[in-house]
Design a protein around this ligand. Structure first.
Ligand code: DON
Length: 578
């Protein structure tokens, strides 16, 4: 039924024809046509990388072709994203990586930012105990100790096949030093944030220039190239110690930030035990705390398993109602129980216990919405577009990586480390500044996610890998703040329950409920008018938002080929494979 809604775009990449250098050198002048060919749905025999930007996806493919495994490709792709996708690709932020090796073993890597040692629970409150909203989102106090470089190094040490760190950094260094041609979307975004860059920085170059950026303009980042060279030469110590660390700390001192040399030196990425659960004949491997992603996703799948969603129909009133009701309950649990499990006893087993979840749905009424008002005030969700990065990779041996990394909002805190050329995150906003007061994404939290020294802020990032009948089936994840989890859920249900192909599932319009605010937020094209009327009749409030999370996924097809799909909500999402 759904199959013909979307135009298929299965084309071979033109990049096979051109080498990296040819593209970089041939396009010296501002181009009128988009500088890259972007493929958002691609089927290939052996290996696949899907990422936010074609140059980064190409880097991943190149590493795979040189004999690197999925972890090598993910590392190189993400370093490249730090150059070509500065709004969210980063070395000044943090993230999570979920890995499934071809032998079936899995791993989860946490390189989420941490609060500095002098951070404290009330640091975003004024004298009257009210939250000063901007403090956790803008400026130097919003910055958590970055984790990205430590995470990449740890992943490399444990899982690299190439064992050649320099080779993984080389493409990013080249792109930063020689420059690359801006896509229309990145040029627009840089123009949009020009004033904020100027306000936040004494020198906002190279991200600000006289006049406006245009598609095809070359962005060179010489300071970033030198920072990446220090990381190439010294590994994580090239970031957390020496010149880069000193520059970060000087930046903090300039703006009253808290991060010290000690904070940087003490930063550690950590291996975690993935959240693993079953849904029908699928096995789902996802991220544990400090992400809420894995727990909330598994809660949702467990609550929904007994409902025949497929026969209800995609975005029928019955389907939307039961999914929204499950989401309302899972996000209420998120607000109360989830935080950094190194600091707070997150009751993981209880939250995932099928008996508890059956109980949670006990008061589900198939005819009526359960109001959230009884448990909290209505809160408002932010309107800024959603920016983080996700990369899904499968290599020729069948290893898979799902990695999401973020600066939080676009260009994070907007602060560029002077002389080091990269943006710092504003991840501190993911803490609960005060119980019940929503963060940027409208998410509320409590004690479990209060600010604490050295603590990691709760995340919604949901890098996920799914097995079907014990074999690799689907690798997926997304940027999109609080909507990441529900986008992963809907994409998964699209292929498992609604009979969609992967591109249909990724490109289908989405909806989202997060307990508070008490509303189903919908993309414009989601849920047709009649169904919306039925849902309102059941007591649901519906609100439109521009767009939600941006899924990047790879699916193993029944014939063993790989289907890579980028999200058509981001014009730069690209799949590369061979
Ligand atoms: O970790 C989180 O949940 C958020 N900081 C992710 C932010 C995000 O996805 C921003 N873009 N939409």
């Amino acid at each position: 039924m759904f199959t013909n809604y979307y135009t298929k775009m299965k084309r071979k990449s033109l990049y096979g024809i051109f080498s990296f250098f040819l593209i970089l050198n041939a396009c010296q002048k501002a181009a009128e046509k988009p500088p890259y060919t972007i493929v958002q749905s691609l089927v290939e025999d052996s290996a696949m990388v899907v990422a936010e930007h074609p140059l980064a996806a190409m880097v991943g493919k190149e590493i795979l072709q040189k004999g690197g495994n999925a972890v090598d490709a993910a590392i190189a792709t993400q370093f490249a994203l730090a150059v070509v996708y500065p709004r969210a690709g980063n070395i000044g932020g943090g993230g999570f990586m979920v890995i499934r090796l071809a032998n079936g073993e899995s791993d989860a890597l946490d390189y989420r930012e941490k609060a500095p040692a002098t951070a404290h629970r009330d640091m975003y409150l004024d004298g009257e105990g009210n939250v000063v909203e901007s403090l956790s989102k803008e400026g130097h106090l919003s910055v958590g100790v970055p984790g990205t470089v430590a995470g990449k190094e740890l992943a490399f040490q444990k899982h690299s096949k190439l064992k050649d760190w320099e080779q993984l950094l080389a493409p990013a260094i080249r792109l930063a030093a020689e420059g690359f041609l801006l896509t229309e979307s990145e040029a627009d975004r840089l123009n949009e944030y020009k004033e904020q860059f100027q306000k936040a920085n004494p020198d906002a170059r190279p991200f600000v220039k006289d006049g406006v950026w245009k598609m095809g303009d070359r962005l060179r980042q010489p300071d970033l190239a030198r920072t990446l060279e220090r990381i190439r030469d010294r590994g994580a110590a090239g970031f957390y110690e020496g010149e880069t660390a000193e520059k970060i700390v000087a930046e903090m001192q300039r703006g009253g930030g808290l991060i010290t040399l000690e904070d940087l030196k003490n930063y550690e990425a950590r291996w975690r035990t993935p959240i693993i659960g079953r849904y029908k004949n699928y096995r789902v491997i996802s991220m544990p705390p400090p992400s809420s992603g894995g727990i909330v996703l598994m809660q949702l799948l467990t609550m929904l398993e007994k409902f025949p969603l497929g026969s209800y129909g995609f975005q029928s009133a019955k389907s939307v109602h039961v999914i929204a009701e499950a989401e309302r309950r899972a996000y209420a649990d998120r607000a109360k129980y989830l935080g950094d499990s190194d600091f707070y006893p997150v009751p993981v087993d209880s939250l995932l216990d099928p008996a508890y979840l059956a109980d949670r749905m006990q008061d589900f009424d198939s005819t009526k919405a359960t109001p959230s008002e009884v448990v909290g005030p209505l809160v408002k969700i932010g309107v800024e577009t959603f920016e983080t990065t996700h990369t899904s990779v499968v290599d020729a041996a069948g290893n898979a990586v799902s990695v999401t990394t973020t600066l939080n909002l676009n260009y994070g805190s907007k602060i560029i480390v002077q002389g080091a050329g990269f943006f710092l995150n504003d991840e501190m906003d993911d803490f609960s500044a005060k119980p019940g007061v929503p963060n940027y994404f409208g998410l509320v939290g409590a004690e479990a996610n209060a600010v604490g020294p050295g603590k990691r802020m709760l995340s919604s990032m949901t890098p996920t890998i799914v097995e079907k009948d014990s074999s690799l089936f689907l690798v997926l994840g997304a940027p999109g703040g609080s909507t990441i989890i529900t986008a992963v859920l809907q994409t998964l249900l699209g292929v498992t329950d609604y009979g969609m192909t992967l591109d249909e599932a990724v490109w289908a319009p989405r909806f989202h409920h997060q307990w508070l605010p008490d509303a189903i937020t919908c993309e414009d094209a989601a849920i047709d008018t009649l169904v919306r009327k039925q849902l309102r009749g059941m007591g649901h409030r519906l609100e439109n938002v521009g767009r939600m999370a941006l899924i990047k996924a790879v699916m193993v097809l029944p014939d063993g080929k790989l289907h890579g799909v980028g999200d058509n909500r981001n014009p730069d999402d690209d799949a590369e494979g061979f």
